[in-house]
Ligand binder design. Structure first.
Ligand code: NAD
Length: 492
């Protein structure tokens, strides 16, 4: 078994309490590596290192040099993309074909924010008062905690770390306890890129004994969190007690809305991509399909045909189209939602069972599943499953689709399929979601913000918005008057 230590101050170190835990391969269910379990003292050490780096070489470095280091880190990621992808796929069970592309895209986040580092400009402000000069400058916040889930460890870390470092902060990453290893390979690349000690640290371990003390640490300035609702609320409350800011990227129950004037071939492909990519284990999954009544039956028939033929199996096999569910608790959760949907009276049009047999390794496999006859009040329409389960609902017209689409506590994303520009604009104006795709689904980019309305989160990642999340604003007043009048003595 391999061993992965903590990464503090550019060194791989044992946890102070010498506690370790196993990480499992979700395909064969076997442990493949030992991971360090960090506690309070490790948190203190990492924060001290990250704080010292702000006062050291990194804090004094000019922005262009900082950008050059981020560029080099991007290059290192590109060069080691296969190694990173293999480890990430081993931990989260995602298809190798999908993770390889994702890791190469991680490099692009670092290139983009490398280029932005020396373009963070302040402003000279026109002043309403005489003989004074005012300017605004932006400064890093300080030590940033990056806390991420198991579904896309490297990508979701890059969404936080690249803009945070671009803005001159230092970071401590806390990956999910299910997918720790890839960030420790990334840590080695950080060192190879020549990034000074303390700028990037990795603490592995659990939410309660590592994540929570990290969020509460008085020298952590901000928390950038992606994860579930429950974890998000805890992190928000703990950060609030220290009056620190957060970005929260939480769950979704995104509507993918197909009108009868849409190109149905494209829409079918878009709906399949929306729900079954990454086996549905993605926050932006189009897990509620809203079909206009007139096309409902034909569309469902086409979906069921393609879904039932999907190749489920070993994520390492290039032929595989859907891999295993990443973790045992998540596997049980997906199965329980299938049962809930059946109990609620939804009709199971495809799938609906777990898959067992030699081909399915340790058996954390669920058939890609489609429920029709779903009412928007059902739990299967309102709650995030985070697995390969699609709920199909009918709508009459635009306003009906908007009503159903928005009638959920989440607001992460939405898809609209139509040939009408007018209809597309009407829908995008009214849907409550941070990202809306028209005649496509699931595109993301480092150039544009991503985040949620309502319970899907707070703040944005990606694009220029992400850098602003990691900056303080300072307003500086300089007197151009030679005299400062005495306010108490008006006459001599
Ligand atoms: P999770 O909330 O259980 O865990 C996320 C991370 O938070 C883990 O590293 C965990 O150890 C840590 N954590 C848990 N409790 C904590 C606490 N009290 N203090 C500090 N850290 C704590 O989420 P998960 O099950 O790993 O991931 C699945 C969830 O992530 C889904 O609900 C999904 O929607 C969400 N997600 C959202 C996005 C997005 O961008 N909006 C992207 C991917 C996943």
């Amino acid at each position: 078994m391999e061993t992965y230590k903590l990464f503090i101050d550019n060194e791989f170190v044992d946890p102070v309490g010498n506690e370790w835990f196993d990480t499992l391969d979700p395909f064969d269910g076997k442990p493949w590596a030992k991971i360090a379990r960090a506690g309070q003292v490790d948190v203190d050490n990492a924060v001290a290192s990250a704080k010292a780096a702000l006062e050291g070489e990194w804090g004094r470095m000019n922005a262009s040099s900082r950008g050059a280091l981020l560029w080099e880190l991007g290059r290192q990621i590109d060069e080691h993309a296969e190694e990173l992808a293999t480890i990430e796929s081993r931990d989260n069970g995602k298809l190798m074909s999908e993770v390889s592309g994702q890791v190469r895209y991680v490099a692009k986040y670092f290139y983009y924010y490398a280029g932005l580092a020396d373009k963070i400009q302040g402003a000279v402000v026109p002043m309403d008062k005489p003989k004074v000069f005012n300017y605004i400058k932006h400064e890093p916040l300080g030590v940033i905690a990056s806390i991420t889930p198991w579904n896309s460890s490297l990508l979701l870390t890059a969404w936080k770390v690249a803009p945070a470092l671009c803005a001159g902060n230092t970071v401590i990453c806390k990956p999910s306890e299910f997918t720790s290893a890839s960030l420790l390979v990334l840590a080695d690349l950080v060192r190879k890129a020549g990034i000074p000690a303390g700028v990037f640290n990795v603490l592995t371990g659990f939410g309660a004994d590592c994540g929570d003390p990290l969020v509460r640490h008085p020298d952590v300035a901000k928390v950038a969190f992606t994860g579930g609702d429950e974890g998000g609320r805890k992190v928000y409350a703990a950060a609030a007690s220290g009056l620190k800011g957060v970005t929260l990227e939480l769950g979704g129950k995104s509507p993918n809305i197909v009108f009868d004037d849409a190109d149905l071939d494209n829409a079918v492909n878009g709906v399949i991509t929306g729900i079954f990519s990454a086996g549905g284990q993605t926050c932006m999954a189009g897990s509620r399909l809203l079909l206009q009544e007139s096309i409902h039956d034909e569309f469902v028939e086409r979906l069921v045909k393609i879904t039932s033929a999907a190749k489920v199996g070993d994520p390492k096999d290039p032929e595989t189209e859907i891999g295993p569910v990443a973790t045992e608790p998540q596997f049980q959760k997906v199965l329980s939602y299938i049962q809930i949907a059946k109990d609620e009276g939804a009709y199971c049009a495809a799938g609906g069972n777990r898959l067992t047999g030699q081909k399915y390794g340790a058996g954390q496999f669920v058939e890609p599943t489609i429920f029709t006859g779903v009412d928007n009040t059902m739990r299967i329409a309102q709650e995030e499953v985070f697995g390969p389960v699609l709920s199909v609902l009918k709508f009459k017209d635009e306003d009906d689709a908007i009503r159903i689409g928005n009638d959920v506590r989440f607001g992460l994303a939405a898809g609209v399929w139509t040939a009408s520009l007018h209809r597309a604009m009407y829908m995008t104006d009214r849907l409550q979601a941070g990202t809306i795709w028209v005649n496509n689904y699931r595109s993301t980019s480092y150039t544009t913000p991503f985040g949620g309305y309502k319970h899907s989160g707070i703040g944005r990642e990606g694009g220029l918005d992400a850098v602003r999340e990691f900056l303080e604003t300072k307003s500086v007043w300089i007197s151009t008057d030679l005299q400062m009048p005495n306010p108490f003595v008006r006459k001599y």
